[in-house]
Design a binder for this molecule. Sequence first.
Ligand code: PLP
Length: 432
Amino acid sequence: MAATKTKRSDLAINGGPKAVTEDIPYVGFGVYELGEEEKRCVNDVLNRKAVFRWQDAKHSYVMRFEEGFAKKTGAKHALAVSSGTAALVTGLTALGVGPGDEVIVPAYTYIASASAVILVGAVPVIAEIDDTLTLDPQDFERKITPYTKAVMPVHMRGIPCDMDSIMRIAKRHNLFVIEDASQCDGGTYKGKRVGAIGHIGCFSLQASKTITSGEGGVVITNDDHLYARAAIAHDSGIAFWRKLSEELAQKVTLQAFAGQGYRMNELAGAVAFAQLHKLDKIVAVCRQRKKELLRDIAGAPGLKPMRVPDPDGECAYSANFLFDSAEEAQRFAQALSAEGVHVHTIHNEGFPDRHIYKYWDYVLNKVPISPGRDPWRDPRYQGSVEYAEDMCPQTMSILTRTVAVPLNQRMTRQHTRLIAKAIKKVAAGLYG
Ligand SMILES: Cc1ncc(COP(=O)(O)O)c(C=O)c1O
């Protein structure tokens, strides 16, 4: 069907025939790549009964995963932990963030980014996102106070943040940068792997991520001292010191302190190790699918693909479009969905999506973990952060005007052709 000849009545939402009648896989990533290699590695762990990383340290999958992850990201050190949240808490602890400090987080990220800040006793300060769906560098700078210790740029939905601006501002104000790359494992910014640009980078290996170990996380850094602190912070025991003492004793002198129980176990390590080999391929296929789709729909009326700080480096987990109004975004999304394409409108009124700050109830209400663990009322905190559901109007405006068409590595060229056909049909029907 020629897009320009499409009439409103041709649209499936108005009773016309659907553009797509076959099932297109709309979720993907690491969990769909679990296979023989993972089974072999897990069976090896079980056969050796070596489920704890220090049991058979020489053959540890956790250690091999860490070495491989460090190599892939170009970071000097990688530390595997039990979740993405654990990675953030470990990273913040390594940086020495605690009571009295503020950490700037974007208004659009999974709530764990903010809760990790609270867990170390610091106060999250919420900043706007811009039309890239990631931290707005200008609002980040506006939100800096004398109490700001760190900023946490979050590479949301596989989109690398504007790291040049963020690093420049952080440097000017002497702030730590802890990247939350949980949703962008495999992404790059100007040729550098995300997570390896700031002082610390954190990843999640939870089941919806690029690669997975069911639950898991990684902390990366180029700094020996931060790595040693992170290693101590993630393990209350001294076992880690064997490796640390071998590798780092010449470079850092550190007093151990109370750590968490965030070690990664060997079963998770075995899966993560096997998945690591699949990471680049998953991202490469997603990038290819996005390129095809954007090329196919180029010139379609009324469509504005959203800005990406480094289009070559994004993981390309969705093609995002920004509309002039929330109503227009809804109209387009509903029409495209009726054509048989899976669509995500990011912000659905009434659904308490914990990726959006206004649904971070325990943050906005400053709910303490316990009476003694209350970052906002801690006498060491001299700041005066206030929260409100409408405090980030720019973020809400962008999210309500965004329509995302999810992409994944299970899609084929034929699938992107079909999606493009549906998008062009809807664009022509609504705006042609
Ligand atoms: C941006 C972001 N940060 C942190 C996390 C927390 O990771 P996890 O669920 O592994 O603790 C997630 C994952 O869900 C995430 O998407």
